[in-house]
Design a binder for this molecule. Structure first.
Ligand SMILES: Nc1ncnc2c1ncn2[C@@H]1O[C@H](COP(=O)(O)OP(=O)(O)OP(=O)(O)O)[C@@H](O)[C@H]1O
Ligand SMILES: N[C@@H](CCO)C(=O)O
Length: 325
């Protein structure tokens, strides 16, 4: 991490999947699907959103990235009211792949780089958790790998786990959006003790399986009684996928974050990948849901920043040359 203030910075931030089934609001994994943000201190604020992914995102000072950057400056006791911001993202919005967390973490890291990293990663994690109100997506986007975390309303703590090298991730991204707020709204305010114990034991077992590389245990551990049963009616086909994907080659299956994306963990050595992908797509199609499938890997790296020089190209040309190369 650089401690020298820079004029212009390029941020690369990974997508993330939260919960991994039983770890509601406490487990997250960074994925190798990325967003990029260029940020510079400027005379006048401009916000340039590149690509098809960003429909509906404001381009004035109400923009989340602008607002989060200002929080960093305020926390560090500096004033930079005008910023030039460009963003490009391959992370679909409002689908359960942590788009809001990527925007928050990207903005925190970018603004912090512009002021010579005055805030620590731990401080950024506190701000990010406060903003998202849960630490799972932001922890994964910030630290990379698999993150086990809590946020108690005041502070967040986390430990990062190195993902097993054989872990691969298949996501099925439905063509409709589901806001986290809506998917949290269907959950009960109180849960039965037996469901709490169910999740404690399964989440703990899942963490142990991920740490020890016991991939065969994932099918037993990746079960949830706290949020998926309530969210299933919002995603037709989800119940069938949860019940049957393991019979088609998945190590385990879960709703990704607040959905609607469905996620399967897969051993990359599996010979049944095509079968699993077909099963996910066909199950959703039977319910009239068109879904895009993507094969991903855990992203070992969290958010990174690179100082840009005057003559470095803009984000659009970087995306054309490097991302879509
Ligand atoms: N680059 C961005 N700039 C500004 N706002 C963004 C950006 N990306 C996401 N958002 C905001 O975050 C909202 C999506 O957040 P939401 O928590 O509902 O879904 P998600 O983060 O994609 O999924 P999940 O949290 O379930 O993984 C968008 O509707 C938008 O308001
Ligand atoms: N843990 C969160 C992730 C979505 O932002 C949830 O499931 O609501």
């Amino acid at each position: 991490m650089s401690y020298k203030a820079v004029q212009k910075v390029r941020v690369k931030v990974p997508a993330s999947t939260a919960n991994l089934g039983p770890g509601f609001d406490s487990l997250g994994m960074a994925l190798n699907l990325y967003a990029w943000i260029d940020m510079a201190i400027s005379e006048q604020t401009t916000i340039d959103l590149i690509g098809d992914q960003m429909h509906g995102i404001p381009t004035d000072k109400t923009n989340l990235i602008y607002k989060v950057a200002q929080m960093v400056f305020q926390e560090a006791g500096v004033s930079h009211p005008e910023l030039s911001i460009s963003m490009y993202s391959d992370i679909p919005l409002t689908r359960g792949l942590g788009s809001s967390a990527s925007a928050i973490v990207g903005a925190l890291a970018g603004a912090n780089a512009l002021i010579g990293n005055k805030l620590t990663e731990y401080e950024l994690f506190q701000i990010a958790s406060r903003l998202e109100k849960h630490p799972d997506n932001v922890g994964a986007s910030l630290f990379g790998g698999i993150v086990v975390a809590f946020w108690d309303g005041e502070k967040a703590e986390s430990i990062r786990i190195e993902p097993d090298p054989n872990l691969e991730v298949l996501v099925a991204i439905p063509a409709f959006q589901l806001a986290t707020e809506k998917a949290r709204g269907v959950m009960p305010k109180q849960v039965a003790m037996k469901d709490a114990v169910f999740n404690l034991s399964h989440s703990s077992l899942l963490v142990a399986a991920l740490i020890t590389g016991n991939l065969g245990m994932i099918r037993h551990a990746m079960k949830d009684a706290l949020h998926q049963p309530y969210r299933a009616p919002l995603i037709p086909g989800m119940k069938t996928l949860l019940e049957q994907a393991e019979n088609h080659g998945a190590l385990g299956v879960a709703l990704s974050g607040a959905g609607p994306t469905m996620l399967a963990l897969v051993d990359q050595r599996s010979s049944r990948k095509a079968e699993l992908e077909g099963f996910l797509k066909e199950t959703l199609a039977k319910e009239g849901i068109e879904a895009q499938t993507l094969w991903l890997k855990p992203s070992r790296e969290g958010v990174t920043t690179t100082a840009l020089q005057e003559n470095d190209g803009d984000l659009q040309s970087f995306v054309d040359k490097e991302v879509h190369a």
